[in-house]
Design a protein around this ligand. Structure first.
Ligand SMILES: Nc1ncnc2c1ncn2[C@@H]1O[C@H](COP(=O)(O)OP(=O)(O)OP(=O)(O)O)[C@@H](O)[C@H]1O
Ligand SMILES: [Mg+2]
Length: 240
């Protein structure tokens, strides 16, 4: 029987730009589910709200309406829209990983340390964390000469590999992936596909955005398509 890890019901997100008097629709009526050991692909045109859905699940954004229910390791159903900041931080450290579209991290920290960080926060020794980080960076074809260098000066593809390694190292129960192979060469993309397959077999639930249909075909157990959002302009009384 399938184990449900995440259920999203009727999710709606928009942004009110006060200074311009505009309501920017992001995503609406999104329904999806993610199961242990399966990958749900999120597809749709640019601007359809795919990244916004992942950010609502990770609670970077608060939705306007809708439900996001996460079934935790200890069997609780947690509403990610109303959960406390503390609970969300705990889940981010222990259970939910996010490989964002772009690498955001502190400058002046070596790539290896950035990748090892999640394991150290979880209480693993520096040595074991760095060893696992090195293995993952090698698997993702990041040249060893770059491991002690901060990623600020890396190429787009090198940054993306560090970003992936950061998301994958802690083996979360639920992994959110935003275009994880967008700037990778074919060989590294193939390695990522193999790695994601292996992670799936280990029971991780994944929700991933892909633009490349061949990646959807190679990895997805189900596909959710978001329609393009049309720009709506609403003048509200709050706006001068
Ligand atoms: N923080 C924000 N403030 C205002 N508007 C935003 C914000 N984040 C997203 N949007 C708007 O929401 C809409 C959906 O953006 P989103 O990044 O979710 O699209 P996407 O489907 O991921 O696109 P892409 O395929 O290009 O990555 C866009 O019109 C975008 O401008
Ligand atoms: Mg996006």
């Amino acid at each position: 029987m399938k184990t449900s890890v995440l259920t999203v019901r009727n999710l709606h997100k928009s942004f009110l730009l006060h200074d311009q008097g505009q309501q920017i629709p992001s995503c609406s009526a999104v329904n999806l589910s993610v199961h242990a050991g399966e990958l749900t692909a999120l597809v749709g045109p640019t601007g359809a709200g795919k990244s916004s859905v992942l950010k609502c699940i990770y609670r970077t954004y608060l939705p306007v309406s809708g439900e996001i229910l996460y079934n935790s390791r200890d069997g609780q159903s947690i509403d990610l829209v109303s959960a406390s900041e503390y609970d969300i931080l705990q889940l981010r450290h222990q259970e939910i990983g996010f490989v964002t579209q772009f690498l955001h991290c502190l400058p002046r920290r070596a790539a290896l340390d950035l990748v090892a960080e999640a394991l150290i926060i979880r209480g693993e020794s520096q040595q074991s964390a760095c060893q696992q980080a090195a293995e993952l960076l090698a698997l993702l074809n990041v040249p060893e000469r770059l491991w002690q260098v901060p990623p600020a000066t890396f190429s787009g593809g090198e940054k993306q590999r560090v970003n992936l390694a950061r998301g994958l190292i802690s083996r979360p129960r639920l992994l959110l992936l935003d275009e994880p192979t967008a700037s990778l060469d074919p060989l590294t993309t193939q390695r990522v596909v193999e790695l994601l397959r292996r992670i799936k077999q280990q029971g991780v639930a994944m929700l991933a955005i892909f633009h490349d249909p061949s990646l959807v075909a190679a990895l997805a157990d189900q596909t959710i398509t978001l329609a393009a959002a049309s720009l709506q302009t609403e003048t509200t009384e709050e706006v001068c």
